[in-house]
Design a protein around this ligand. Structure first.
Ligand SMILES: C[C@](O)(C(=O)O)[C@H](CC(=O)O)C(=O)O
Ligand SMILES: [Mg+2]
Length: 301
């Protein structure tokens, strides 16, 4: 009922422990707080909170328009809905080192288990678009140092994302990843890797967990969990996928409504009222107050 009863510091400790096991942790992106429950119920190891999804949800492109307040608010709403660790996209940290420090504390207070800070210039853009620009090594490492120094819970995972691959090539991206680890990053997110061999190159260059971004319609091929695990990847995100699936379904449904004048044909594909109530834990609220659920949901509805 209401929210997860697992405190944030316990989720962070559990996340660290699972990462240390070396297994591949799968983090689908929640496009709203309720979808985080679905991700947990289906047995995934964590929930990703995508900057692109937060922006798209507000009807905005992913070009650094969202504010720290909006991102932290969404991070809090999603994190409190799940017992799983959440990993949030902190973009460039919303400014330079001092802003990054504040960003880390705000997101930590929001209850996330980890966050990633990237080395793009401000304002950033989606990592799979052309025409990106990155900051120099000095600024990139200062952001990471500021982030690491700012956290109060040592288990809050500070992940460094590097966008260097698409700008200067793989060798430069590997060098950047190593420098970011030296600056204190707990994990590396190499953005826009072209193939599995590129992931492997980063994997062998650093001795911290490495993330693979399996975003659709991007620069990376979509590898299976098995392929990524055998390349030594530790976390895989599917950042925008659930939003794309839901929006695809919404668009098809609206077309049906336009064509048929009714949504009858769409009903078999819809989440039922009973299933929605199950996910919302109506039963838990009823146990608390028997007046909550004093009606019947016919089976299958
Ligand atoms: C991971 C990412 O940063 C996100 O905001 O989800 C995006 C995803 C996308 O736009 O497909 C990115 O890769 O830049
Ligand atoms: Mg992003």
């Amino acid at each position: 009922m209401l929210y997860s009863s697992v405190p944030a510091h316990e989720k962070r400790a559990a996340f660290r422990a699972r990462l240390a096991s070396g297994e591949l942790l799968r983090f689908p992106g929640a496009f709203n707080p309720l979808s985080a429950r679905l991700i947990q119920e289906k047995g995934f190891e964590g929930v990703y909170i995508s900057g692109a999804v937060i922006a798209a949800d507000l009807g905005l492109p992913d070009i650094g328009l969202t504010t720290l307040t909006e991102v932290a608010g969404r991070g809090r709403q999603i994190s409190r809905m799940t017992d799983l660790p959440t990993l949030i996209d902190a973009d460039t940290g919303f400014g330079e080192p001092m802003n990054v420090a504040r960003t880390v504390q705000e997101l930590e207070d929001a209850g996330v288990a980890g966050l990633h800070i990237e080395d793009q210039v401000n304002p950033k853009r989606c990592g799979h678009l052309d025409g990106k620009a990155v900051v120099g090594l000095d600024t990139a490492t200062k952001r990471i140092r500021a982030a690491v120094d700012a956290r109060r819970d040592p288990n809050l995972l500070i992940m460094a994302r590097t966008d260097v691959r698409a700008v200067e090539g793989l060798a430069a991206a590997v060098d950047r990843a190593k420098a970011l680890v030296d600056a204190g990053a707990d994990a590396i997110f190499p953005e826009a890797m072209a193939d599995l061999a590129e992931f492997e190159a980063v994997r062998t260059a650093v001795d911290v967990p490495v993330l693979a971004n399996m975003t659709e319609f991007g620069k990376s091929e979509l590898f299976t969990a098995e392929q990524l695990a055998s390349a030594g990847i530790n976390i895989v995100i599917h950042p925008v996928s659930l939003l794309r699936i839901a929006m695809g379904a919404a668009e098809r449904g609206l077309d049906t409504l336009v064509g048929d004048g009714s949504l009858k044909a769409e009903v078999p594909g819809m989440q039922t009222r009973a299933r929605l109530y199950e996910l919302l834990d109506y039963a838990g609220y009823t146990a608390f107050d028997t007046n909550v659920f004093d009606f019947e949901v016919p089976t299958g509805r």
